[in-house]
Ligand binder design. Structure first.
Ligand code: RIB
Length: 273
């Protein structure tokens, strides 16, 4: 008989799998899908709109039955034209299902932990403003530090290892008296920590550093990196679960699912009290 079997293929678009945050996310998606008989294909967008659109198109042409996407500029029109269920992951727009961690709480927590531990001239490493979660955590930290009345600097960095190391090399020329760094993610935090040590600063005695994500290497660097943990694996699983509900036309309780973040205390910050 003539019938077309539906594929069991799901597409996942990530910004950059060289950032260890994203493999953790991807494993969560993949493990959940495999358990339910689906298979995953992955593409990197480098946070570029054209690449995001290119993958959305390519996935649709290859008959994926659903898409999980960590993309910045979801074009609502284009997504509805695709006719494939989609769930956003780590990124959000109002009208689409999305799974993400609480960025405002994360930004607030990082700033408060830094203040409690006594830093008085704090530099926030901001990251690209078009990457929404990164921007949200920045805004939140900035507000808390401003209200506390400490000296605050804002310093921009790319999110990759190479980009971050490059930016790091001029950080202390601009702000030599910085005694606290809030980094937009752990990769950037590690780059800044290397630079602090390279310029003869002790971490955490002279400069305290807090990252964001809690990627695997944060535990391995010296000193261990204090950070805000995003539950990447669980976020991935949850996105896959919601996508399968959509594929099977089940009703979603909530369009958006926000997971909690947590401060992980290691040695790049001082002990309180
Ligand atoms: O894409 C950059 C960042 O966004 C990651 O490091 C992670 O923090 C994510 O939320």
């Amino acid at each position: 008989s003539l019938y077309k079997q539906k594929s069991k293929l799901i597409g996942l678009i990530l910004p950059d799998i060289t950032n260890p945050f994203f493999p953790a996310l991807a494993r969560g998606v993949e493990d959940y899908l495999r358990e339910h008989g689906y298979r995953l294909i992955i593409g990197n967008s480098d946070e570029q709109l054209e690449q995001e659109i290119d993958y959305l198109d390519t996935f649709a042409q290859h008959n994926v039955v659903g898409i999980v996407a960590s993309i910045n500029e979801p074009h609502s029109d284009m997504l509805s034209d695709l006719n494939v269920p989609i769930v956003l992951l780590d990124r959000t727009v109002e009208e689409l299902p999305a799974v993400y961690a609480d960025q405002f709480e994360g930004g607030r927590l990082a700033a408060e932990k830094m203040l409690e531990r006594g830093s008085k001239e704090i530099t926030i490493i901001r990251g690209p403003i078009e990457v929404r979660p990164v921007y949200q955590r920045f805004v939140s930290s900035f507000q808390v530090l401003r209200q506390a009345g400490v000296k605050v600097h804002v310093f921009d960095s790319k999110l990759s290892f190479e980009g971050a190391s490059k930016s790091a090399s001029s950080l202390f020329e601009f702000y030599p008296n910085t005694d606290g760094i809030l980094a937009c993610n752990d990769i950037v935090a590690v780059a800044m920590m290397n630079e602090a040590q390279r310029t003869g600063r002790k971490v955490p005695e002279d400069v305290q550093i807090i990252g964001f994500d809690d990627i695997s290497i944060s535990e391995l660097v010296y000193p261990g990196l204090s950070t805000i943990r995003q539950p990447a694996y669980e976020m991935g699983e949850k996105a896959a679960e919601i996508l399968l509900k959509k594929i099977n036309q089940q009703v979603l309780d909530d369009l958006h699912c926000q997971l909690p973040v947590q401060f992980i205390e290691r040695q790049s910050t001082r002990k309180v009290g």
